[in-house]
Design a protein around this ligand. Structure first.
Ligand code: ATP
Ligand code: MG
Length: 563
């Protein structure tokens, strides 16, 4: 990990923090307790990072605490792998729940008792209607629903049926427990929502102990209350559920009363953030896994080389509002570049090698030249880079017949080799197919370090790697997984997958210092972008991922003549 921390951003201010400040000032709560409540049915993504930074950030700023709670009420889609990855990803992002790790499933017994409490008070009933009949009875936004014929069962009968549901006497889906609220409510969530369903599925934590499971709506707010959460922060789609959550709390013997506040989800251009779609990308192998560097998951971003501090900075900068919006992925890229520019050491790597023979450099000889590690960080010092008669430069830095604004190598032209010498191209050697396979050049030994004693100038500086000392590597260059800014807007989102989202460069040459690159360390390949070692690397064969290109790569280098 790069050790330099991002500058601490100024104190965030938004409507949620204003509410909390007022609650504390006016004595409505003593200690702020928040929670991040993932369902363990997928990996966390950059949208979750917004919620994590908010919940953990608020708790830290107001000296409270933030719980990590798994809302694990749906055993069909939940897995241990997700429970573990979620914890690893929250930690990686820089947050710590301490001893406050909770699972909604730890409350199953309490939730069962509370369901019985509702039944005894006439607030819940067992319904024999099928899922489809329940849907048909529910009504629409403009028409009220219809009462179920089973709605008026006595408390005794309901308690008996509910305990037999738990005992496994009925098949899956045969009966449900419903809250008895109001089938004519203008809010469909209040039209006798389902609280429990019969479902024979092995739960990752409770195994086969239960064959009835609470719905998310009956577990979420109740778990908040059990944990003493004061501010239950969630995304806008839950605003319509709030009256139900409040109704449940009003009718249950809870010892605390969480308040729910909603904020807008993060949406990003060129990106899908629905877990259903992300799962589909993984399961149908459109990507190599949840941690594919093209995925917007935290695991994917980590593998791609995106530092957690850049994600935190991004979330801080986009702020918090109550209206849905779409953020340009370029805003995230900006935060990544800005952070990496401060911390990433510079190295030289040639991605598309073209051999250069320096005819006037003595055969069998080599020397070491001093190179700056990071001009943005004076403490990072310098290193020695070997130089010799044969070097590699990038194919893109040579043109036999260049347009006017091209200032890099071409026969007869002198350029600067970064940290080394002035080099003049004499001749391009071609193969039978007419492709340039080698450049014959000469250098000026008087220009060691990159300046001419006679003061003559060159218009371009290019990077290079000594052929005799170079390491070989594979470099994976990524583009957006979705070419369209709004994947799926015109139909199936899978059809918008960018067929060129991954380019593999096989025979790249690296300066020897890159042999010491560590996993998780960000490195700038000069003039190319930011890169990091991929876990697929093997001894003697490194694999690097391009995290992100330098700003506007091609257009800018052209304008500036390759500098
Ligand atoms: P789905 O993609 O199926 O809607 P989900 O994103 O709601 O699932 P959860 O595990 O329930 O998945 O999310 C945990 C928390 O993260 C919730 O509080 C949710 O509101 C928040 N969250 C999820 N996606 C985003 C997002 N894009 N922006 C901000 N917060 C999000
Ligand atoms: Mg959810």
């Amino acid at each position: 990990m790069n050790e330099v921390e991002a500058k601490t951003p100024e104190e965030p201010r938004d409507f949620i923090r204003d509410i909390i400040r007022a609650d504390l000032a006016e004595g409505r709560c003593d200690t702020v307790v928040t929670r991040f409540p993932p369902e363990p049915n997928g990996y966390l993504h950059i949208g979750h990072a917004k919620s994590i930074c908010l919940n953990f950030g608020v708790a830290a700023e107001f000296a409270g605490r933030c719980h990590l709670r798994f809302d694990d009420t749906n055993p069909v889609k939940e897995e241990h792998e997700y429970i573990e990855s979620i914890q690893a990803d929250v930690r990686w992002l820089g947050f710590n729940w301490g001893k406050h790790l909770f699972f909604a499933s730890d409350n199953f017994e309490t939730l069962y008792d509370w369901a019985c409490h509702l039944i005894r008070n006439g607030h819940a009933y067992v319904d024999d209607l099928s899922a489809e009949e329940i849907r048909a009875h529910r009504g629409t936004l403009t028409e009220p629903g219809k009462n179920s014929p089973f709605r008026d069962r006595t408390a005794e009968e309901n308690l008996d049926l509910f305990s037999r549901m738990r005992a496994g006497e009925f098949p899956d889906g045969a009966r449900v427990l419903r809250a008895k609220i109001d089938m004519a409510s203008g809010n469909i969530n209040l039209r006798d929502p389902v609280l429990y369903r019969i479902l024979r599925a092995t739960h990752p934590r409770t195994g086969d102990a239960w064959c009835i499971y609470p719905t998310y709506d009956f577990a979420h707010g109740q778990s908040d209350a059990i944990e003493g959460v004061t501010h239950s922060l969630c995304t806008l789609e839950f605003a319509d559920h709030r009256p139900l959550y409040d109704w449940l709390i009003d009718n249950l013997p809870t010892s605390s009363r969480p308040r729910q506040y909603e904020f807008s989800r993060l949406n990003l251009t060129h990106t899908v953030l629905s877990k259903r779609r992300l799962t589909q990308l993984v399961q149908e192998r459109h990507v190599t896994g949840w941690d594919d560097p093209r995925m917007p998951t935290l695991a994917g971003l980590r593998r791609r080389g995106v530092p957690p501090a850049a994600i935190r900075d991004f979330v801080h900068r986009i702020g918090l509002t109550k209206s849905d919006n779409l953020v340009e992925v370029a805003a995230l890229e900006h935060c990544i570049r800005e952070y990496l520019n401060q911390v990433a050491p510079r190295r030289m790597a040639v991605l598309r090698p073209l051999k250069v023979v320096i005819e006037n450099y003595p055969e069998g000889q080599s020397e070491e030249l001093e190179a700056v590690n990071n001009p943005a960080d004076p403490d990072s010092g310098t290193r020695l880079v070997p130089f010799g008669r044969e070097i590699y430069v990038d194919q893109a830095d040579f043109m036999e017949d260049p347009p006017k604004k091209f200032f890099r190598l071409t026969p007869g032209r002198e350029v600067r080799l970064r940290y080394a010498f002035f080099l003049t191209c004499r001749e391009a050697v071609k193969n039978e197919a007419g492709e340039v396979v080698e450049l014959r050049c000469t250098y000026d030994p008087e220009t060691r370090g990159g300046n001419a004693p006679d003061g003559r100038k060159v218009k371009a500086t290019i990077h290079w790697v000594s052929a005799a000392h170079a390491l070989r590597a594979q470099v994976r260059v990524y583009d957006y997984l979705f070419a369209r800014p709004d994947p799926g807007a015109q139909g199936d989102f899978l059809e918008d997958i960018n067929p060129e989202s991954l380019s593999v460069l096989q025979d790249c040459r690296l300066e020897p210092a890159l042999g010491e690159a560590r996993l998780g360390e960000a490195i700038q390949f000069e003039r190319e972008g930011y890169f990091c070692l991929d876990p697929d690397s093997k001894t003697g064969h490194a694999v690097f991922n391009r995290t992100i290109a330098l700003r506007d790569g091609w257009a800018k280098t052209q304008a500036k003549g390759g500098k």
